[in-house]
Design a binder for this molecule. Structure first.
Ligand SMILES: *[C@@H]1O[C@H](CO)[C@@H](O)[C@H](O)[C@H]1NC(C)=O
Ligand SMILES: *[C@@H]1O[C@H](CO)[C@@H](O)[C@H](O)[C@H]1NC(C)=O
Length: 437
């Protein structure tokens, strides 16, 4: 938005001020890359992790299917969740594994896009294959979505306390404490100030997973609170060689693991913490993400390109019956409302019109039988007074239907205007609502 300046002097003042602000902000900022959305404002990309094995362990089959799905979705880029080169990373920027496990594997036309990844930082690799963009932590900004790549490896204690025979390249990471503190501060700042509709964080390690490595306690303690406090929609990771979807129980965050780019089939599902688990596949495959301003579609694919079952199951909290119907009125309507029934079966709660408040959603049960104005002014008030994220109105009669009874004209005339007015007023609130298929 352009701010009209009153005169030249104020404009100079603002210019200096904004320049100074820029300096202050960039010093605390992660490096940012702009990547435009498609013309229609949507965005799609593939997510793959734990892959580089010179084509072995079905890596080539997965790559082939990625090419097909990438073409179908007309993807904008590919996200890699790390563990790019097995077994021990690249020896140097001249290591032929880079081409043997990357350039010569992901050859399908639709995959000739930008790849955003973590680690393997040498700019020389970019010269060998210009698709490669790899930094420790950075941001890809598409306006519709911001994707925050977070270097999670330094947060994991085990690599420092119990490194086995492995050697790690900690150049640029020490002193570790300061590195982590700065990283988390930068991530928090970037998330807090992000205006994006969708906020996606990508790390290598799982926050929540029932796969081989399980949850990562360090991330639960240090990263998760930041994500929860800043409206993050998705946390995507690899590390566990599986495809997986877990819902956070305390926030709308969806944990998505795509770490099945090559070797998989570990067969050891952690018995612990299955809370929120919606989908788990222990074999090879990858994930696709399709975003537009109101919807997100996440899908998983195996080596045959089949879509895994990824419907996020709704964990039902209660059952809704549609209050009193007109047939109920033919009997003793008051009987159904009697508290005696509740005593006989305490699952029963029936009133004429009432409100169930679940914090995330207010349910407005309305008795649509007697078309008395009073009901509607009450409903109007209750809807306006509600600050719930989701407002659900339940009535017996349809508003719109092509079934036997068709539309209900009285309800269309009298109730619909209230719903439309209210939902219009709440529209901005709803922009962050999410839907995962
Ligand atoms: C390759 O994928 C097929 C089908 O999922 C699976 O049966 C087979 O075990 C996989 N091969 C390896 C080496 O993982
Ligand atoms: C309006 O909403 C507030 C907060 O949910 C609630 O405490 C209050 O009872 C409501 N007022 C009426 C008249 O329903």
């Amino acid at each position: 938005m352009a701010i009209p300046f009153k005169n030249y002097r104020t404009s100079i003042f603002f210019l200096i001020l904004s320049f100074a602000l820029c300096l202050v902000i960039t010093s605390a900022e992660l490096q940012r890359f702009d990547h435009p959305t498609k013309q229609d404002g949507s965005l799609s990309f593939l997510v793959i992790g734990d892959w580089g094995r010179r084509g072995d362990f079905n890596q080539s089959q997965v790559a082939f299917q990625m090419g097909k799905i990438g073409d179908k979705l007309n993807i904008d880029f590919v996200v890699s969740t790390g563990d790019n080169f097995y077994d021990n990373g690249l020896i140097s920027e001249h290591d032929t594994a880079f081409e043997e496990s990357f350039t010569k594997i992901y050859t399908e036309e639709s995959l000739q896009k930008q790849w955003y990844s973590e680690a393997q930082l040498s700019p020389l690799l970019r010269k060998i294959d210009s698709r490669w963009l790899c930094l420790r932590s950075f941001i890809v900004n598409t306006e519709l979505a911001e994707i925050f790549f977070v270097d999670t490896t330094p947060l994991v204690d085990m690599y420092f306390t119990n490194a086995d025979e492995h050697t790690y390249d900690w150049r640029g990471i020490v002193p570790r404490k300061a590195y982590i503190a700065n990283l988390l501060k930068d991530v928090e700042f970037a998330l807090k100030t992000s205006p994006a509709k969708w906020k996606i964080v990508v790390g290598h390690h799982a926050i929540r997973s029932v796969g081989h490595h399980g949850d990562t306690q360090e991330l639960i303690n240090q990263l998760l609170p930041i994500l929860r406090a800043n409206d993050v929609d998705f946390y995507m990771n690899g590390h566990n060689h599986c495809l997986e979807h877990v819902s956070d129980l305390e926030s709308p965050i969806q944990f998505l693991t795509s770490g099945a780019g090559s070797k998989a089939w570990r067969g050891d599902v952690k018995g612990l913490s299955k809370e929120g688990l919606n989908f788990f596949y222990d074999g090879q495959g990858f994930m696709s993400v399709k975003l537009n301003p109101t919807d997100a579609e996440i899908a998983f694919y195996d080596v045959f390109g089949k879509m895994g079952k990824i419907r996020a199951k709704l964990n039902i909290d209660f059952v809704i019956s549609t209050v009193l119907g007109n047939h109920d009125y033919r009997g003793n309507a008051l009987a159904q409302l009697s508290p005696v029934l509740r005593k006989m079966d305490n699952r029963w709660l029936c009133l004429k019109s009432f409100l169930v408040n679940t914090q995330v959603a207010d349910f407005f049960f309305i008795d649509t039988n007697p078309f008395v104005d009073k009901y509607f002014s009450d409903l109007d008030f209750a809807l306006r007074n509600s600050s719930a994220k989701w407002k659900v109105v339940v009535g017996h009669h349809t508003i719109r239907s092509i079934g036997h009874h068709g539309d209900t004209k009285e309800v269309v005339d009298q109730i619909l205007p209230i719903l439309e007015v209210t939902s219009y007023a709440a529209m901005h609130e709803r922009e962050r609502e999410r839907y995962v298929e």
